[in-house]
Design a protein around this ligand. Sequence first.
Ligand SMILES: [Zn+2]
Ligand SMILES: [Zn+2]
Length: 136
Amino acid sequence: MTAEEILKEHKLKKTVCRKCIIDKLMQSDDTALTENEIKDAFLDLFDRVTFYRSLKTLEEAKVIHRIVLNNTTVKYALSSQLVLSKIHPHFHCIYCDKVTCLDSSLLDRSLNLPSGYQVESVQILLEGICPDCQKK
Ligand SMILES: [Zn+2]
Ligand SMILES: [Zn+2]
């Protein structure tokens, strides 16, 4: 799937900035990136306002999703076909700081909540050592 197709599927207008953000996240595979890492890829192409507005639009349309680390660092990842479910865990490598989306099938179990509670979002962050760092 190309960035254009993703925008079309979410009924979003194609803008250069939106396309650049999606392209950048696609290149990074399932690794999440910080705002700066995305922005640095096309530093002088857009002003900050355009960039943040595009980021917000993509997040609201659920093209991308945010991952909050230790309440301070925010990273973004593409909500790809691989990660079909809204609810999927993330893996944070404590050595290289890489954050990866994991398959939602790992959580193949429904949450047994007391009646009256409705879940809107779930953050599951697993921390440890990624495959790359274990090879080192
Ligand atoms: Zn690592
Ligand atoms: Zn994710």
